[in-house]
Design a protein around this ligand. Structure first.
Ligand SMILES: [Zn+2]
Length: 104
């Protein structure tokens, strides 16, 4: 049986993500210092209703590696919700830890 779609909201109560399976079932990106969840485009059904930055935010990790985050932001309050590591569409989108909640 297919997973039910779960809706997630920003702290400002804006709907930002609908997805199956629920994000608690998604693996964490082990190399990430942000405890990000991995949305595999092949394995998830999802809709991210955010505005994506045109330019990357460059974050330097403790190990010295720079990550380029193309950030998806809440359309109402601009808080970061998720990010891509590449400018062009790829196979994965990453969800910042505790960036959204099931309660609106
Ligand atoms: Zn918001």
């Amino acid at each position: 049986m297919a997973d039910l779609i779960t809706s997630y909201y920003c702290v400002c109560s804006q709907l930002v993500l609908t997805i199956a399976p629920p994000i608690t079932a998604l693996p964490r990106l082990k190399t990430s210092p942000f405890k990000s969840r991995v949305i595999s485009h092949a394995d998830c059904v999802y809709s991210l209703t955010c505005a994506r930055d045109t330019f990357p935010t460059i974050l330097k990790r403790d190990d010295g590696i720079e990550e380029y985050h193309y950030v998806h932001r809440c359309q109402r309050c601009q808080l970061p919700v998720a990010y891509d590591l590449e400018e062009t569409p790829s196979s994965f989108t990453f969800l910042y830890d505790e960036s959204c909640n099931t309660k609106g």
